[in-house]
Design a protein around this ligand. Structure first.
Ligand code: NAP
Length: 243
């Protein structure tokens, strides 16, 4: 049974990814920061069905918190075989209005978190000569989003980190890939108006928005043992809005 850590798995894309991995027969660690009830409800619903899932609290924007999470996981199961760096925040704001604190929080939560978690997960993966890392970026990291410059910048940073780390870890049997979702219906996009949503749908080839399942099944595929020749890649799951 593989040990899988999904950051930010209390809600949205992360929660759906945790569900798919658990149903796949993996032992899943559901990381959360503040949504303890959602994380525990997800864990309960999975274990009730006989799947293996545990919750683990950590603020992934903090190096100390990530180190403690990995120490706890190592004590529990030895180490992580599959790491999904999914936790993230978004903010819509004019570039010139972004404060230093907002910039720092965006970088820490969405990008430094990926650095902290990969760095903590890799020694075990390197020792066992196997690992799968999937990082969740965004289509805004590929094309840039107006009024989301800080978000776009960190999501582009995840793409660079993915490509470089894939080169460094390839000979150790570790693949590092990136999924860049388009607009997905979760809490993160719940503030959008009907008009916004219609405009976003119109920008896709499919005329639809994505679901957490669309992203989760791609992550599961990339984490498969048989996906060993796929690394350093960015998978745009966006209904064709970024071709
Ligand atoms: P969401 O529904 O808002 O959920 C965000 C998750 O991240 C929650 O589980 C939250 O946990 C967790 N999180 C936030 N800050 C954290 C921290 N400091 N430490 C640990 N966990 C933290 O978002 P989503 O739509 O599922 O997005 C998931 C990922 O996909 C993000 O990286 C996002 O940027 C990316 N993405 C989303 C879309 C979209 O349209 N939805 C598009 C492109 C990319 P708590 O509630 O427990 O704090």
């Amino acid at each position: 049974m593989r040990n899988v850590l999904i950051t930010g798995a209390s809600r949205g894309i992360g929660a759906e990814t945790a569900r798919l991995f658990a149903e796949n027969g993996d032992n899943v660690y559901i990381n959360y920061c503040s949504s303890v009830q959602a994380a525990e409800t997800l864990q309960w619903s999975l274990t009730q069905k006989g799947f293996s899932a545990k919750t683990i609290k950590a603020d992934v924007s903090s190096s100390d918190s990530v180190q403690q999470m990995f120490a706890d996981i190592e004590k529990d199961c030895g180490g992580i075989d599959v790491l999904v760096n999914n936790a993230g925040i978004a903010q819509i704001k004019l570039f010139t209005d972004i404060t230093n604190d907002e910039w720092d929080k965006m970088v820490a939560t969405n990008l430094s978190s990926v650095f902290y978690c990969c760095r903590a997960a890799l020694p075990y993966m390197i020792r066992q000569k196997f690992g799968r890392i999937v990082n969740i970026s965004s289509m805004w990291g590929q094309v840039g989003g107006s009024c989301e410059v800080h978000y776009s910048a960190v999501k582009a940073g995840i793409i660079g980190l993915t490509k470089a780390l894939a080169m460094e870890e390839g000979l150790s049997g570790i693949t590092v890939n990136c999924v860049a979702p388009g607009v997905i219906t979760t809490d993160m996009t719940a503030h959008l108006t009907e008009d916004d949503l219609k405009a976003l749908k119109d920008e896709t080839a499919t005329g639809t928005l994505g679901t957490p399942y669309d992203i989760a099944r791609t992550v599961l595929f990339l984490a498969d043992h048989h996906s060993s020749f796929i690394t350093g890649q960015v998978f745009g799951i966006n209904g064709g809005s970024v071709l």
